[in-house]
Design a binder for this molecule. Structure first.
Ligand code: GTP
Ligand code: MG
Length: 306
């Protein structure tokens, strides 16, 4: 059997469901997901191998107007994610997409469409969250508008949440696979090291529990990540991490009354880590303030976000 491969960039505005879609296609959670925009901060590969075909998905941060140095790094990661791909899946949200003829596209989406044209990428339009669409006739309006702006090779309405339409998308993406050896072993599912995945699991819990600006100003610095045998001979994984935040007031919020919030975050993260590794985990978290770290390239680099 001759091997076939394709690299597919998953791009779009923040919060449209890019990471949810990649996870659903992989059948496994590789990228963290939250209801807050700018959840994904770096390029994350998801590897899908079935028989002779390997699709390498590149999940990217939501493209948005930058407000700090971290945002600029994130937008840069989108551009890098679009380099040398065989196709670009532009993900939009059915509910917030264009509805009436006079309405403009969100600026970030217009920019991405321009970038797809400039790079001469082969585009696919993914209309996500159709489970939330009350009026099905809106779908037709969305398709008419977007296909008038770009010559999409396929248009796939789907729900990354219910899985409705996801198989059809995979079928469309497989058409981009060219004869080439697989880049990754069949058992690989992501390029992220385990250490990064653990730090991300912790950050995800903070995005879920904390509000407003607080979770956006957080980075997780994993200081210890080891497997060891306990006295009773049981294998456990030990995780110690420092949660970096931007202000003293944020630190107070993250820790919570009597440490309750931080404890809750640690417990939720422990559950995920235990499920992921299939063994018991100990999770210890500390909180540290690094003022305005999102504008300090050195710290951004330290946290692996460039
Ligand atoms: N109802 C519904 N919600 C969805 C669907 N897909 C994603 N979501 C939700 O939309 C929110 C954003 O999902 P993400 O996958 O984190 O979105 P993203 O595009 O990766 O976001 P960024 O990483 O911030 O750019 C989460 O709350 C998801 O649960 C869908 O098909 N239907
Ligand atoms: Mg994401």
């Amino acid at each position: 059997m001759k091997q076939k491969s394709a690299f597919i960039a998953i791009i779009g505005r923040p919060n449209v469901g890019k990471s949810s879609l990649m996870n659903n296609m992989l059948g496994q959670k590789v990228a963290i997901v939250s209801n807050k925009p700018q959840t994904t901060r770096t390029r994350i590969m998801g590897i899908y191998t079935r028989e002779e075909t390997q699709l390498v998905f590149i999940d990217t941060p939501g493209f948005h107007k930058p407000r700090n140095e971290l945002d600029r790094n994130m937008n840069k990661a989108v551009g890098e994610g679009m380099a040398d791909v065989d196709a670009a899946a532009l993900v939009i949200e059915a509910v917030t997409a264009f509805k009436s003829d006079g309405e403009e596209l969100p600026p970030a989406e217009a920019e991405l469409i321009a970038e797809i044209k400039r790079r001469r990428l082969r585009p696919i339009l993914v209309i996500n969250k159709i489970d939330l669409l009350a009026k099905k006739e809106d779908l037709l309006k969305i398709i008419t508008k977007y296909t008038s702006l770009l010559d999409f090779e396929a248009v796939v309405p789907l729900s990354a949440k219910t899985g409705d339409g996801v198989e059809r998308l995979i079928g469309e993406l497989k058409r981009f696979a060219k004869e080439a050896p697989h880049y990754f072993p069949a058992e690989d599912i992501t390029d992220q090291p385990e250490k990064v995945m653990v730090a991300e699991m912790i950050r995800e819990k903070m995005l879920r529990i904390l509000d407003k600006e607080v979770p956006h100003g957080i980075a997780v610095d994993l200081e210890r990540f080891v497997e060891r045998d306990t006295a009773s001979g049981e294998l456990i994984v030990e995780v110690e991490a420092t949660v970096i935040c931007e202000k003293d007031s944020h630190k107070g919020i993250i820790i919570g009354k009597g440490g309750a919030t931080l404890k809750r975050i640690g417990m939720m993260a422990r559950k995920d880590i235990e499920e992921f590794f299939g063994i018991r985990a100990n999770v210890k978290l500390w909180v540290k303030v690094k003022e305005d770290w999102r504008n300090r390239q050195g710290l951004i680099h330290t946290f692996g976000l460039d």
